[in-house]
Design a protein around this ligand. Structure first.
Ligand SMILES: [Zn+2]
Ligand SMILES: [Zn+2]
Length: 143
């Protein structure tokens, strides 16, 4: 999904973040892909336009964006963290073999009622369902 620089600037502003060109580029790349990239993937992508950017800047920026709740982290077992710029309620299909992460939208999954009788005072704010299995490509290779 394409996102305009205007929208990015506004979102940053709402969260009290400065819109630096590199920060904007990283966020834009993340919102516009559905591949749930790693920090390294984003670094490779953004450094095409910003050859001076360092890997540390990318890591740091991802931390800042996550703190501001503009992006979220998706964990695939012990693999490197993956990032998601899509904050609308959605869930994931995760392949055991190739670690691909595919978005799933299903209204029913957004209407799960929160468990009751939780340990003292815990407040649930959101949740995410992960379905794990094998993608078509990996299933074909297995056969
Ligand atoms: Zn796969
Ligand atoms: Zn996602």
């Amino acid at each position: 999904m394409n996102i305009s620089l205007e929208t990015i600037r506004q979102r940053f502003k709402d969260q009290g973040l400065k819109s630096t060109p590199q920060r904007t580029a990283i966020y834009k790349a993340l919102v516009e892909t559905t591949s749930h990239p790693t920090a390294e993937d984003l670094y490779r992508h953004v450094s095409q336009d910003y050859p001076m950017i360092s890997q540390n800047t990318v890591y740091y920026t991802l931390g800042v964006l996550q703190q501001a709740r503009l992006i979220r982290e998706v964990n695939v077992g012990h693999e490197r963290a993956r990032y998601d710029g899509n904050l609308s309620p959605h869930h994931h299909l995760i392949c055991h073999d190739c670690q691909s992460i595919v978005d799933v939208m299903d209204k029913k999954l957004n209407e799960i009622s929160f468990p009751t009788g939780l340990p003292t005072g815990f407040e649930i704010t959101d949740y995410q369902v992960e379905f794990r299995g094998y993608c078509k490509r990996c299933r074909t290779q297995k056969a």
